[in-house]
Design a protein around this ligand. Structure first.
Ligand code: 5GP
Length: 298
């Protein structure tokens, strides 16, 4: 019987399915870099830890053009400058190439570095629908030593929400008074709808007693806290991947195309603000993210 070099049909089908899956995973990783859910350096670390993974199999050309602000022309100039062949895969880069590529990225897009001398005031923020509220509630339940700040809001209570426990539910006049009397550390109108603010006094009391205080607020609020208390620790909660955030934002599919596009645009803008934060925590599981936030808060 003549020997054939062609693999049996079943093997070829399986191999092509694997190739499709790998391509899909690489595409998903590129979206994560493009939307800043992961840093380019994160992707390199994955590729180098597991050269046989989808990250390791990504071509250096694909990797560079996934980075916002790098087009094809710039990509080719970078590769020429770093003396890296465009056919190289990330997992196959040599030691010298890894060093020069990482240095190039660190110079242009430095990763946020935890700063020394942070206070016990911890702010948890992140893009809409990333799950900040769930993580904060988990910290509250499992770390009673950490005080979760209770905000004031002008929105109405939802079923099950208790005044003074979930929020202080106030009307516009009372909110105006709190602002005028300087009672709020920060305040903002969220989603163009209702006003939310962080009462200052309970925080000052808890901090003075040596307790850690956690604020779960929106990005505008986080920026105001940074300005008012520069030594606060700002934590940015990230989704495990861009695709997962998309699912959470538009998963139910009840909104029209315009609303869907608007939410995705907002998420991209929100993700782009993570450079202003001291720490990044990935919300892969609530328990894990909460443990990381609690550890940062010690
Ligand atoms: P919800 O109405 O669903 O409870 O909260 C809506 C949004 O308001 C969330 O993104 C939450 O982080 C934000 N938020 C809650 N309290 C405050 C606050 O005191 N200040 C600011 N700036 N945002 C808040």
């Amino acid at each position: 019987m003549a020997r054939t070099r062609t693999p049996p049909e079943v093997d070829r089908v399986a191999a092509s399915q694997r190739a499709v899956a790998a391509r899909r995973e690489r595409a998903s990783l590129k979206r994560d870099v493009a939307t800043r859910v992961i840093t380019p350096q994160d992707l390199l670390r994955r590729a180098w830890a597991h050269p046989e993974s989808p990250a390791g199999h990504m071509r250096v050309t694909e990797f560079l053009t996934a980075i916002p602000a790098i087009g094809e022309g710039k990509r080719d100039r970078i590769l020429a400058h770093l003396a890296i062949s465009p056919v190289k895969k990330l997992g196959g880069l040599g030691a010298r190439q890894r060093v020069v590529l990482e240095r190039y990225l660190d110079d242009r897009w430095p990763e946020p570095e935890p700063r020394e001398g942070r206070s016990r005031l911890v702010v948890l923020a992140g893009p809409t629908a990333v799950g900040k509220g769930t993580v904060a509630a988990y910290v509250k339940e499992h770390h009673p030593e950490i005080m979760l700040s209770v905000s004031a809001t002008t929105r109405a209570p939802r079923p099950g929400e208790v005044d003074g426990e979930h929020y202080y539910f106030v009307d516009d006049a009372e909110f105006d008074r709190m602002v005028a009397d300087g009672e709020l550390l920060e305040h903002a109108t969220v989603h163009n709808a209702f006003r939310y603010g962080t009462p200052r006094a309970p925080i000052d009391t808890a901090l003075a007693a040596g307790r850690t205080v956690l604020l779960e607020i929106d990005l505008q609020g986080a920026r105001q806290v940074r300005a008012a208390a520069p030594d606060a620790s700002l934590v940015f909660l990230l989704p495990p991947s861009w695709d997962e955030l998309v699912d959470r934002l538009v998963g139910r599919g009840t909104e029209d195309d315009e609303e869907r596009a608007r939410r995705l645009r907002t998420a991209r803008v929100e993700l782009a603000s993570q450079g202003e934060f001291d720490y990044r925590v990935v919300n892969d599981t609530v328990a894990h993210a909460a443990a990381e936030v609690a550890a940062l808060a010690q």
